[in-house]
Design a protein around this ligand. Structure first.
Ligand code: MG
Length: 370
């Protein structure tokens, strides 16, 4: 096939000749030939795909050494390498956002010498997180293997900012999956951002966990995990949920379920094909319709923003509790508990009183006036 001039090749690749000269200088894309008299670079039309790939990789800011490596890989391996790069980007962005937040705090405290105008200061404060010093969170978390299973694939985590429960499938990969799901969110605990932004970041982090868990699947094992988590910004709670782990709110003595189970049987109930009373005894009760690590490249999660109020008591728990203990009993124990620590102990004991056939993970958090 005839070689193309740099101009014709650039037009076909939708790049500029300047970019092509740069790729040549960087050793990323060497012309097929150089005219010995004019010194003009000539390209093979077969090099178009590589030129476009380089342009796209540069567009996402990948370092040159990595671009060189990716260009030498088969498409499936290249996709994996770009996926790994994307995961790093998410982490780096979260770190930089945190550093920027700290810097804003530092600069805001230097009140005398700052050249900011009043309006700039107002804009800065409008971007600050939903700080509400009148709120504090008391919390407790516990993950218990139960009375029957020898291993525990459930994970529970609680801090002043983040509450999370994840229930991984049986098998060695299940525990890693539930831990991964919570670990990606722990990075966001350090960020001070408005709750709406936290929701976006949670969605990105969960997508990353989904990728990571799918990447860890082997021929024999395809671990998946549920995840129900709340990240707090002031009085706002950003809720992310996928699977059949649940979030409940005890407010004014009333227990409300905040999440919908993503299970096969719940979809039967939703479409009127199964009586809600038949769910608990259905043989496929535990079959998940959605979970992290399951299905295709994207996972659909439920996202919501909630406003916390002093006196609220939140419960996040795996099906090791919610599937075997009646809702009335859950409410009674939650309402009777003196504090989150006591509530978690009572709920785990209650699951054991019902035989504890599955792992039990639960987090209880109280919103209190500071
Ligand atoms: Mg379970």
């Amino acid at each position: 096939m005839d070689l193309l001039t740099i101009g014709a090749f650039a037009r076909s690749a939708r790049l500029t000749p300047k970019a092509l000269r740069l790729y040549d200088q960087l050793g990323l894309l060497t012309p097929a030939a150089v005219d010995p008299e004019s010194g003009y670079r000539l390209y093979d039309p077969g090099q178009l795909d590589k030129a476009r790939l380089i342009a796209r990789l540069r567009g996402i800011g990948m370092p040159l050494a990595e671009i060189r490596e990716v260009c030498g890989l088969e498409p499936a391996d290249a996709a994996e390498a770009v996926g790994a790069y994307r995961r790093r980007l998410t982490v780096d962005a979260a770190d930089r956002a945190r550093q920027a937040t700290l810097l804003v705090d530092d600069l805001s405290r230097r009140d005398t010498a700052m050249p900011w105008s009043l309006s700039e200061r107002r804009q800065a404060s409008a971007r600050e997180p939903d700080n509400d010093a009148s709120f504090a969170i008391r919390y407790a978390a516990r993950s218990d293997p139960g009375a029957v299973k020898e291993t525990n694939e459930d994970a529970a985590y609680a801090s002043d900012r983040l509450l999370a429960v994840a229930d991984g499938t049986s098998g060695p990969g299940g525990a890693a999956a539930s831990t991964t799901a919570i670990d990606v969110l722990k990075r966001l605990e350090l960020l001070d951002a408005p709750a709406a932004d936290l929701l976006t970041m949670m969605a990105a982090a969960v997508a990353e966990a989904h990728d990571g868990i799918r990447g860890g699947a082997s021929g024999e094992e395809e671990p998946v995990t549920t995840l129900t988590a709340m990240l707090r910004s002031g009085s706002q709670l950003a809720l992310v949920h996928v699977g059949d782990t649940r979030a409940y709110l005890l407010r004014d003595g009333e227990l409300r379920q905040l999440t919908q189970d993503h299970t096969y049987v719940q979809s039967l109930v939703d479409t009127g094909r199964l009586d809600p009373g038949a769910v608990a005894s259905h043989p496929q009760r535990a079959l998940l319709a959605r979970a992290l690590g399951a299905g295709g490249t994207a996972v659909e999660v439920d996202l919501a923003l909630r406003t916390a109020a002093p006196g609220d008591r939140y419960l996040l728990c795996s099906d090791g509790l919610s599937a075997i203990v009646e809702r009335v009993a859950l409410r009674t124990e939650l309402a009777a508990a003196a504090d989150p620590e006591d509530a978690v102990r009572r709920l785990v004991d209650l699951a054991h009183a019902h035989g504890a056939p599955d792992n039990i993970a639960c987090v209880v958090a109280d919103v209190v006036a500071a």
